[in-house]
Design a protein around this ligand. Structure first.
Ligand SMILES: Cc1cc2nc3c(=O)[nH]c(=O)nc-3n(C[C@H](O)[C@H](O)[C@H](O)COP(=O)(O)OP(=O)(O)OC[C@H]3O[C@@H](n4cnc5c(N)ncnc54)[C@H](O)[C@@H]3O)c2cc1C
Length: 352
């Protein structure tokens, strides 16, 4: 292949669309591999109560709008169907389920993409594996002794399962606040702990706000550091629902506890809460372990990129990583990666 694309979420499909537009043929010149069972990228796994109406700022894929969707339907269904129709409209021929296990150097300047369905040799690689498959669980003393249930956002299925229970939600991002607002009417009690005090921001999250958030992420990635949480650069938008939840006391935040006990959590100053469930809304990390043989990571733990191209290996593009980890960012990065890869394939850009 000229190009292998790993992942068929927003980032992978946008890349595949642009590859096709520049005249490359799926299955002949490029292939898109995805290990999930259905179209939709990570959206297919999002909880049913995350309706399409609750998703803010989902950008359409390039070349085809998402119109007339019912805001009351789960986003997993709406976006899953939209991605499926996108793949067939542009004949992208995504291969699934194909799990990419490792990418290593071949002998002839090609990369070898080793998968559950065989090995592809390729001149260039677009890594568009997102973050969903790598939920981040921080570690706290006493965690193993907790007698209740612990789960991560990645396994959240809606508020009903928490009826009558005391729920401790950890994490100051959009998932944490959404979980609290949904769970509070069902639960016996909810508590919210975050490392830093939450920063609520007025006004719409417009293009200007988006640009400054992206610039902050870019700065870190340029320095070879891993991207930080989304909320640390965007803040929490003050929607009407958030305003109401704050007024109702649902978003009264506690600082991070010092220790988990069999029955809840305690703080050094003597405070404590009792809980039946700890819900870790602590985010996700980039899925990049399969790239380890290429040694792209800096001592700081991140992959340094120029645009989307890995500085350590110009055959590798990271789309949906760091500054392009949003639906709009992934769209733009797909186009930029393809432009760069065309230069590589034409010999204009020489691999080191
Ligand atoms: C709850 C939640 C809500 C969000 N809401 C928004 C929003 O409203 N607006 C917005 O812009 N962004 C939102 N985001 C961020 C959003 O997820 C991204 O912007 C975008 O959807 C990510 O697209 P992606 O293609 O990079 O990743 P994904 O959609 O995760 O796609 C990655 C694909 O790669 C595949 N894959 C991974 N590893 C492998 C492997 N080794 N082999 C083969 N395939 C592999 C996966 O199966 C998956 O299909 C949200 C994120 C979360 C968690």
């Amino acid at each position: 292949m000229d190009v292998v694309v790993i992942g068929a979420g927003q980032a992978g499909l946008s890349s595949a669309y642009h590859l096709r537009r520049t005249g490359l043929e799926p299955e002949r010149d490029f292939v898109v591999l995805d290990h999930s069972p259905r179209p939709g990228g990570a959206w297919q796994f999002r909880w049913p109560s995350l309706t399409y109406g609750k998703v803010h700022g989902m950008h359409a894929l390039p070349g085809m709008e998402l119109t007339g969707a019912d805001p009351a339907r789960p986003s997993s269904e709406v976006i899953g169907e939209y991605f499926a129709s996108y793949e067939s409209t542009f004949d992208l021929r995504v291969r699934r389920p194909v799990d990419v296990r490792t990418v290593r150097d071949g002998d002839d300047g090609r990369l070898l993409v080793e998968t559950s369905a065989g090995t592809w040799a390729t001149r260039a690689l677009i890594n568009a594996t997102g973050t969903w498959d790598r939920p981040f669980w921080p570690r706290y003393p006493g965690q193993e002794e907790f007698r209740g249930q612990q789960l991560h956002t990645a396994r959240y299925q809606g508020p009903e399962q928490f009826a009558g229970l005391r729920v401790l939600v950890v994490g100051g991002g959009a998932s944490g606040t959404q979980h609290l607002m949904e769970i509070a009417p069902y639960a016996a009690a909810t508590y919210w702990v975050t490392r830093r005090p939450p920063v609520f921001v007025e006004g719409p999250f417009d293009e200007g706000a988006g640009r400054s958030a992206v610039a902050l992420v870019e700065e870190r990635v340029r320095a070879g550091l891993p991207p930080r949480s989304v909320v640390s650069v965007t803040g929490l938008p003050l929607t009407d629902a958030v305003r109401q939840a704050r007024a109702d006391g649902v978003l009264d935040r506690l600082p991070m506890f010092d220790r988990i006990t069999p029955d809840g959590a305690v703080w050094e100053d003597g405070r404590s809460v009792e809980a039946d469930v700890i819900l870790w809304a602590t985010g996700f990390r980039p899925v990049i372990d399969h790239l380890a043989p290429l040694k792209l990571r800096e001592p700081g733990g991140g992959i340094r990129i120029d645009g989307t191209r890995a500085i350590a290996d110009p055959r590798v593009h990271m789309v949906g990583y760091g500054p392009s980890a949003s639906t709009i960012g992934a769209n733009r990065a797909g186009r930029a990666a393809v432009r760069d890869i065309r230069r590589l394939l034409s010999g204009e850009l020489v691999p080191v």
